[in-house]
Design a binder for this molecule. Structure first.
Ligand SMILES: [Fe+2]
Ligand SMILES: [Fe+2]
Length: 193
């Protein structure tokens, strides 16, 4: 009878899943970059593509440090997130709304990766794979920085411009009215108490 699958096997399996996820992302990131109108956003996706290629090489080092064959295993999770990103790119949004939506799609991928690498670092540490843990931590830090950069771009104007574009036709509530000093409140807000 075959031996039971161990925690170490689960760790290798997670590494293979993540290796495949990174490979899928090297195909998705150029598409996100191309769909971006904001040059800083395009740069962010392009520079993260370079980083992602480095992360693939780093995972290969991790496999080597564990005397394991470099191999991927299809990652369904990231495939789903990438598919959602594709659907967004097929929408007919104005440029700045598209940028806001691309950030949302990109951040979903980063958070998925942060969850994967967070687990991998913890497992590597617990099993005493110090070299692997160190390499995986470097990638985790890069994923967190990439996520933060996207948040910065969203908060630094992209979301606001998308909101402004959505409220220029006068059909919607004047969301900027309160900030402009007006005492007029929207009908939904005035329903309080
Ligand atoms: Fe990555
Ligand atoms: Fe990433």
């Amino acid at each position: 009878m075959a031996e039971a699958t161990t925690f170490h096997d689960a760790f290798i399996d997670e590494l293979r899943d993540t290796y495949d996820a990174e490979k899928q992302l090297t195909k998705a990131l150029p598409k996100l970059a191309k769909a971006s109108s904001n040059p800083k956003l395009r740069d962010a996706f392009e520079s993260h593509l370079q980083e992602t290629q480095g992360q693939i090489a780093r995972l290969e080092q991790v496999f080597e440090s564990l005397d394991e064959k470099v191999r991927g295993k299809h990652c369904d999770g990231i495939a789903g997130i990438i598919q959602e990103g594709k659907s967004i790119m097929e929408e007919d949004f104005d440029d700045t709304t598209m940028d806001a939506c691309l950030i949302a799609a990109g951040q979903r991928a980063e958070h998925y990766e942060m969850a994967a690498y967070g687990t991998l670092v913890a497992w590597a540490q617990t099993m005493g794979h110090a070299e692997a843990a160190k390499l995986l931590q470097q990638t985790l830090d890069e994923e967190k920085a990439a996520d933060k950069k996207l948040s910065g771009l969203a908060e630094d104007g992209i979301n606001q411009r998308a909101a402004d574009a959505a409220h220029t036709d006068g059909d919607d509530e004047p969301v900027g009215a309160a900030a402009g000093g007006s005492t007029k409140r929207s009908s939904t807000k005035s329903r309080r108490r």
